[in-house]
Design a protein around this ligand. Structure first.
Ligand SMILES: [Zn+2]
Length: 100
């Protein structure tokens, strides 16, 4: 594996990571149950739109909380997950799956 020397993080990046950590705690508290199966406890945050697609990983409207199994399913089945509304491409408006 190619190694790159450690670089001090920029202030912007550090502040983003702090905000992100706060958001993770907040959302897992607010949504203790998995948004997909409603059965297991949420353990992961899932970005409906990937950062590479222009998603904002600090926008709660673009984030759902999932259990490990559902998160894994979303990751391993990109086509089905997209069809079911768990992922969005850059040109698609993010519509958060609602429980109602
Ligand atoms: Zn689940």
């Amino acid at each position: 594996m190619k190694r790159t020397p450690l670089r001090p993080r920029s202030k912007k990046r550090t502040s983003e990571m702090v905000q992100r950590r706060k958001l993770v705690t907040e959302l897992l508290e607010r949504f203790p149950w998995c948004a997909r199966c409603y059965w297991n406890r949420s353990v992961d945050l899932h970005e409906l739109k990937n950062r590479s697609q222009g998603g904002d990983f600090l926008d709660p409207e673009q984030i759902v909380t999932l259990c490990r199994e559902c998160h894994q399913w979303v990751t391993e089945n990109p086509a089905k997950a997209h069809e079911a509304g768990w992922t969005f491409w850059s040109f698609e408006p993010v519509v958060k799956p609602r429980a109602d």
